[in-house]
Structure formats: C-alpha cells, structure tokens
Design a protein around this ligand. Structure first.
Ligand SMILES: Cc1cc2nc3c(=O)[nH]c(=O)nc-3n(C[C@H](O)[C@H](O)[C@H](O)COP(=O)(O)OP(=O)(O)OC[C@H]3O[C@@H](n4cnc5c(N)ncnc54)[C@H](O)[C@@H]3O)c2cc1C
Length: 418
C-alpha cells in the first residue's frame, strides 16, 4: 500500500477528472478509462483499476471525483465481493482472467452461498461438487442470489467432502453461469422488482483451474468474502450500481439518468447515499423545524459516527489479513437500526406524501424504494439475530448454543437435517 499525502492525491485526481470526465462518453469507454488510470478503485493494486493507495488517500481521491461530478466505476457483487476475494486468494491466472473485466464493467457476478436449508447456518450447505477429471460437477440449489439473472459468473461454495465436519468439507469455486446446467429463476419482491433469484445447479461444470483457494478451505475463503460484504470501507461499494444488465455503449449521461430509479433502494442502501436523499427530503418538506425530527436526525448522526469508528477498526483488521471480528456484527446491527430510523423519519417528514409509492412520489420515488428495502438490510449478509448471537458469545462471553460444539466435530453426512 502506497502512503501518499491525501491532499496531493486529491489535487492529482482533480486534475485528471477535469481533463477526462465527459458525460457524453459511452459508459464502457468511461469505465475503461477509469480502470486504466487507477482512479476506478484507488486502494486496489496497480493494474487492477487501482493505485495501491491508503484509506485516507483513497477517500481524498473519491472526493475529487465527486467534486468533478464524475460518474463512478461499476458496482455490485462483482466489485465488492468477487474482486476482493479473487485479489486475496486468486492465482495469477485467475486474477488476469477475471479482474480486468470486473473493473471495466464487462462481466457481472453473483454470489451463490445461501441455500433453502442453509442461510444462517451456511456451513450446513448441501450443494455437492464431485470431481470428474479436470472438472467438478455441481448439483444443488441456491437461493436469494442477487443479480444472478444478469450474471456471467458466480462465486460458489459447495460441499466437496461430506465425511468432513461441516466447516471443513467446503470448497470455493468461480462458476460460469452461462451454461446448460445452471437454471436461474427470478423471485418477485414486495417492491415489484426481482433483484434476487433461485439458482438450480444440475450437473453444472466448473474447471479445476477455477477453484479459488485450497480444496476443503472454502469456509475460510467465504469468510473473507463476507468480511468484505460487511466492510463499510470496501472500495468496491461505489456510488453507481451495476446489478442490472448494462448497455455499455450508452452515454454516461443517459445511464446516470436511469440508474437511480432502476437500481432503487438496494443500491442506495449499498452505497450509503441514502443520507443525502434524506437531507433532500427534510429540506424539501422543511421538516427540521420539528424538534422530534431534529432529535431523530441527531440520533442518526450519532449512529453514523459510531459506525464510522467501528468500521475503521474492522477495516484495519481485515486489511492486515485478519478474519472479521465481532465489531463487524455491531456494525451490521447499527446499519439495520440506522436504516429503520432513516426510513421512519423520512416518511414522517413527508407527511401525507409518505403514503405514496412510485416514480411520482417525492425524490422520484427513490426514498420510498429505499424504505421498502429496509427490512432486507436486517437479513442480508447475516440476520440481526445471528449478529446478536455473535456479540453475545464473542464479546459478552455467553455460552454457545446447546449442542453446537458437538455438531462442529461430527462429519457433515451424520448431521441431522430437516
Ligand atoms: C436483499 C437480500 C439479498 C441477498 N443476496 C444474497 C446473495 O446475493 N447471495 C446469497 O447467497 N445470499 C443472499 N441473501 C441471503 C441471506 O444471506 C440470507 O437470507 C441470510 O443469511 C439469512 O438466511 P435465511 O434467509 O435462510 O434465514 P434463516 O437462516 O432460515 O433464518 C430465519 C430466521 O431465524 C433466525 N435464526 C436463524 N438461526 C438463528 C439462531 N441460531 N439464533 C437466533 N435466530 C436465528 C434468523 O435471524 C431469521 O429471523 C440475500 C438476502 C437478502 C435479504
């Protein structure tokens, strides 16, 4: 990691954006230019869209981009989960094959972790991968897979040895979604969108060269992915969203105009941009005159400060190669609480307009889309209850769940299943 004075970085970035930002440029060209310049993900290594900058210098570069009004790099599972995990565990061949096409937005990825019988208890997963020569044959079902209907590749965890205890017989793969054995079925949500899917794997094939990390070490690799999912300092969590299929020939201006409504509450929650929208709402409805609204806004501000502090601790730990600790769970819980507070105060500030839904509602319906998404925040990436268990056991020293220790040692094949 290069430690450079943030002010110098900001000036350098500002000069670059002033010279190259052009909202009429095709989106694909802009993303390629950002990637080549290293301003796409400044904290990532050189050659992969970054400059190896420190966290402070990266923040300064992002501010320079915002000041220029320039569009950010691609965003989504590809950049905030797949790329950092491939950077951490990938072979040189895997990195060269996958990272450039993630950074320039050509390939969309999805995460194939959860299963109908293995969500909170992810280590209990039943999807099987069996070796067949130089390939693995995968059978099973995944669920809640965001963006899978648009994805070219998936990060997949599957059981390769049922005789091992449940955490040990799992292996991590990079799977091509565009093959006969992969059947993706979108699930409709209460927002009306279908952001996530069921994925059925029927004799799907993965090459041995697309195994990420060691055989049987998939749980550890998956924990690295999850630590990035909960890391607010993650460079891949940008301010643009790329969950949908994207026309890379569209101009940045056109894409920017449709992105906010198309990618709705999900991307707003992901990018943290909702507080800006809340500012717009309270200003539009002159709501800060109300002392109760002011009180709630002050509470949200305090939560943001606390989460920033915990986030810095968590990020430092992850960056020094450590595993996610309980501070990540506190962060996740804070995020859920903050989401609910923001939703309630924003809708209240709007008065009767708060009851509307759709593009003619205030903020073009964006705040309402976010509000509808908030329940998902306390489930995605590990539910609130599970985070509380982690805090209870690892921080407060409460006893583990009955029978858990024994279950950790038994071969997966002997575990009771519903
Ligand atoms: C918006 C969204 C996007 C998602 N995207 C993806 C994705 O891209 N890829 C992917 O693989 N998954 C994804 N998920 C799935 C997510 O990771 C799971 O939903 C989550 O881990 C919970 O698992 P589950 O739904 O099976 O619930 P369950 O594990 O069945 O839990 C049901 C309820 O029981 C509670 N519970 C379970 N175990 C315990 C316990 N030990 N103690 C106390 N309470 C418990 C839970 O808190 C919950 O309230 C997404 C989910 C959401 C909401």
């Amino acid at each position: 990691m290069t430690l450079i004075n943030p002010e110098a970085v900001k000036a350098d970035a500002a000069q670059w954006f002033a010279q190259y930002w052009d909202q009429d440029m095709p989106l694909g060209d802009w993303w390629q230019l950002l990637a080549d310049s290293g301003w796409a993900f400044p904290s990532w290594p050189e050659g992969f869209g970054g400059r190896g900058l420190s966290s402070a210098a990266t923040k300064a570069a992002l501010q320079a981009r915002r000041d220029a009004g320039a569009f950010g790099p691609p965003n989504g599972v590809s950049t905030f989960l797949a790329a950092p995990t491939i950077m951490h565990y990938g072979t040189e061949e895997q990195q060269t094959k996958y990272l450039p096409r993630i950074v320039n937005g050509s390939d969309i990825w999805c995460q194939l972790f959860s299963e109908p019988g293995a969500g909170s208890d992810m280590a209990g997963l039943a999807t099987r991968a069996s070796r067949d020569g130089d390939e693995w044959v995968v059978n099973g079902q995944k669920v809640w897979n965001s963006g899978a209907q648009w994805a070219k590749y998936g990060i997949l965890i599957a059981r390769t040895d049922p005789q091992q205890p449940k955490h040990r017989g799992i292996t991590y793969f990079l799977i091509d979604m565009e093959q006969e054995g992969v059947d993706v079925r979108p699930l409709r949500e209460m927002t009306g969108d279908a952001a996530f899917n069921e994925v059925f794997l029927n004799d799907a094939r993965v090459s041995e060269s697309d195994r990420l990390g060691d055989l049987g070490d998939g749980w550890r690799v998956a924990m690295t992915t999850l630590s990035h999912e909960r890391d607010p300092d993650n460079a891949g969590m940008g301010e643009t969203a790329a969950f949908g299929a994207i026309d890379l020939t569209m101009s940045v201006r056109q894409y920017g105009a449709t992105a906010s409504s198309k990618n709705d509450g999900f991307s707003l929650a992901l990018s943290g941009g909702v507080t800006k929208v809340l500012d717009d709402v309270t200003a539009q409805f002159d709501a800060t005159k109300d002392p109760q609204v002011r009180q709630t806004l002050a509470r949200i501000l305090e939560m943001r400060r606390t989460s920033k502090w915990s986030g810095m601790r968590a990020a430092a730990k992850i960056k020094s190669g450590g595993q996610p600790g309980p501070e990540v769970s506190t962060l996740k819980l804070l995020g859920s609480d903050m989401g609910r507070e923001i939703r309630d105060v924003g809708l209240e500030a709007m008065g009767a307009h708060g009851m509307l839904y759709g593009e003619d509602a205030p903020t073009d319906g964006l705040f309402h889309a976010y509000s509808m998404f908030t329940p998902a925040q306390s489930i995605a990436g590990g539910s609130d209850e599970v985070q509380k268990n982690i805090v209870g056991e690892r921080v407060l020293g409460l006893p583990r769940e009955p029978g858990e220790k024994e279950q950790r040692e038994l071969p997966w094949s002997e575990l009771p299943r519903s």
